[in-house]
Design a binder for this molecule. Structure first.
Ligand code: KIV
Ligand code: NA
Length: 275
């Protein structure tokens, strides 16, 4: 089982960190079996498995519910849980209590939160309280209402400079890692070079310290459209729908269940049954 400090070492050793989201028991088990370094219980679960159109409606209870299932499926893997919308903005005290619940009630190892300026104090307080924090900069989906949509961040020099400064501030505040979402690859490279903590990219090119993607996106499972930066390693959807269609048809036509999938009584007991 890795520790938060191991990721620092992986960066130093130039060993790429592989992060994948998981939201339930089977996906967590598969991720662990496949050897991912970190599982992220992302609030993307709001869109991917709960069917919301953003991460904003996701609650602390939702995250706890899913993180518990993930932990049961991946007992030997480092688990980071997203702090959902508005659970780390009101006060330091609320932030600590909420993060405390995410860690204590689920058995996850660290929390992730979005942004810099307004949450640096929180990153510092959580770290001091013993809760490892992963930062998240670039495209921060909980702020989609303010950012005006899901688009590439830091394309202009002034935004790029701000992002570089924010990354450094997150490190100074105590973050053990940083997720960098949807930024030009040159900027991501620069960020990675300017901080000593590992930078885990998503839509941030190859010159970062690791990658993170969403489970359902890489498997083509339940998702219809995926962003440019997603590589689909499989397309599960058609197989799932075809299998369910076959089930529907067989039930309608009384082809299922056949004898192979049914229980039978002995002749002797049968005569008793019929009297
Ligand atoms: O919620 C999530 O899945 C994330 C990753 C995309 C980084 O935050
Ligand atoms: Na997230």
């Amino acid at each position: 089982m890795k520790q938060s400090t191991d990721f620092l070492k992986m960066k130093k050793d130039n060993e790429k960190i592989v992060m994948l989201t998981a939201y339930d028991y089977p996906s967590a088990k598969q991720a662990e079996q496949a050897g991912v370094d970190v599982i992220l219980v992302g609030d993307s679960l709001g869109m991917v498995v709960l069917g919301y159109d953003s991460t904003v409606p996701v609650t602390l209870e939702d995250m706890i519910h899913h993180a518990k299932a993930v932990k049961r499926g991946a007992k030997e893997t480092y688990i980071v849980v997203d702090m959902p919308f508005l659970t780390y903005h009101l006060s330091i005290r609320d932030t600590l209590l909420n993060a405390g619940r995410l860690i204590q009630e689920t058995g996850a190892h660290a929390v992730k939160l979005e942004g810099a300026d307004e949450v640096l104090e929180q990153i510092s307080a959580l770290t001091k309280a013993g809760i490892p924090v992963c930062g998240h900069l670039g495209l921060t989906p909980q702020s989609v209402g303010v950012l005006g949509g899901y688009k590439v961040q830091g394309k202009e020099a002034k935004d790029a400079i701000k992002l570089l400064e924010d990354a450094k501030k997150c490190e100074e505040a105590g973050a053990f890692a940083l997720v960098l979402e949807c930024v030009p690859k040159q900027l991501a490279d620069e960020v990675s070079k300017n901080v000593s903590i590992p930078v885990i990219g998503i839509g941030a090119g190859v010159d970062v310290d690791g990658q993170v993607l969403v489970y359902h996106d890489i498997l083509g499972y339940g998702v219809e459209r995926v962003p440019k930066f997603v590589k689909q390693y499989y397309s599960l959807n058609p197989f799932i729908v075809e299998s369910i269609q076959a089930y529907v048809k067989e039930v309608k036509m009384e082809q299922f269940p056949d004898d192979k999938h049914s229980f039978t009584m002995k002749e002797r007991e049968l005569s008793g049954l019929y009297g």
